[in-house]
Design a protein around this ligand. Structure first.
Ligand SMILES: NC(=O)c1ccc[n+]([C@@H]2O[C@H](COP(=O)([O-])OP(=O)(O)OC[C@H]3O[C@@H](n4cnc5c(N)ncnc54)[C@H](OP(=O)(O)O)[C@@H]3O)[C@@H](O)[C@H]2O)c1
Length: 246
């Protein structure tokens, strides 16, 4: 049976990937800066490593066949972290690296998206066989963004934006499937079943949270907002009928 390492194994996606692989009977190594509290589940082997400095990484990747790279710090350092991970994986003879990215990273010049695209390129040129999956935003993320905005009685939102949020467990199941399969390169993008206008997303979130807020539509300038308005972050086809973006 393959030895698998999930980076960011304590995060929203990583935790779900780890859970999925454990449920399928695999032994899994999980890497994050902080160890989760309490004793690990049977079959789970946690490693505390900060990928940005790489100390302890050699031990975490030794004997690993497949790395599922979910760790990320949107505030910065992902390229440095990927560099350490890829170097250590090459030395350890890792056979397959699966990376999670975001639909639209090639077309929307948001700082974090540029970093995701840069890491994609590092993976593609790493010399390790790879698979990259781009997905849309997870429900949890959009919920967090709306909740943060709803702290104030006035809730401004950018007009003309649509989102296609996806359930993180669906993404985790796909990541686990890709990790257990052969390296596949860039696989079809994945998104949730519905494309929703940001106004409706906010309305639904407020309604289910039992909150009332005055929403204020704003037209925001700039190439990033133009990219979102153009739908660069939306895959063309629903998750159950995946296809390549043309
Ligand atoms: N959220 C979305 O809507 C979405 C959509 C598409 C793609 N993605 C991608 O999916 C991945 C996971 O996202 P997420 O929302 O699950 O993130 P998350 O909940 O913030 O989890 C991030 C994970 O990475 C670990 N981590 C962060 N910096 C690290 C470092 N320097 N060294 C080692 N571990 C580190 C964190 O644990 P510690 O803090 O303990 O280190 C945590 O386990 C990211 O690559 C993201 O770009 C996310």
């Amino acid at each position: 049976m393959a030895t698998l390492l999930v980076t960011g194994g304590t995060g929203t996606l990583g935790r779900a990937v780890v859970g999925r692989l454990l449920d399928d009977g695999h032994d899994v190594r999980s890497l994050s800066r902080r160890l989760p509290a309490g004793p690990p589940a049977p079959g789970l082997h946690p490693y505390a490593v900060d990928l940005r400095d790489g100390t302890g990484l050699e031990e975490a990747v030794a004997g690993v066949d497949t790395v599922v790279h979910c760790a990320s710090t949107p505030s910065g350092g992902d390229e440095e972290a990927a560099g350490h991970l890829l170097d250590a994986a090459r030395v350890a003879g890792v056979k397959h690296l699966v990376y999670i990215s975001i639909v639209g990273v090639g077309g929307i010049p948001l700082g974090y998206y540029r970093t995701k695209r840069a890491v994609e390129r590092m993976v593609e040129h790493s010399g390790i066989d790879w698979t990259i999956l781009r997905t849309t935003q997870f429900h949890d993320l959009l919920l967090r963004v709306v909740k943060t905005g709803a702290r104030s009685p006035l809730l401004p939102y950018p007009t003309g934006l649509r989102f296609q949020p996806i359930e993180v467990r669906e993404v985790a199941a796909r990541m686990a499937e890709l990790a257990l399969g052969a390296p596949a390169g860039r696989v079809p993008d994945m998104g949730g079943p519905q494309v929703l206008d940001v106004r409706d997303l906010i309305r639904l979130t407020l309604r289910y949270g039992g909150r009332r807020r005055l929403t204020v539509p704003l037209w925001l300038p700039g190439r990033t907002m133009a990219g979102f308005r153009a739908g660069e972050h939306l895959p063309l086809i629903h998750i159950s009928e995946p296809t390549r973006r043309s």
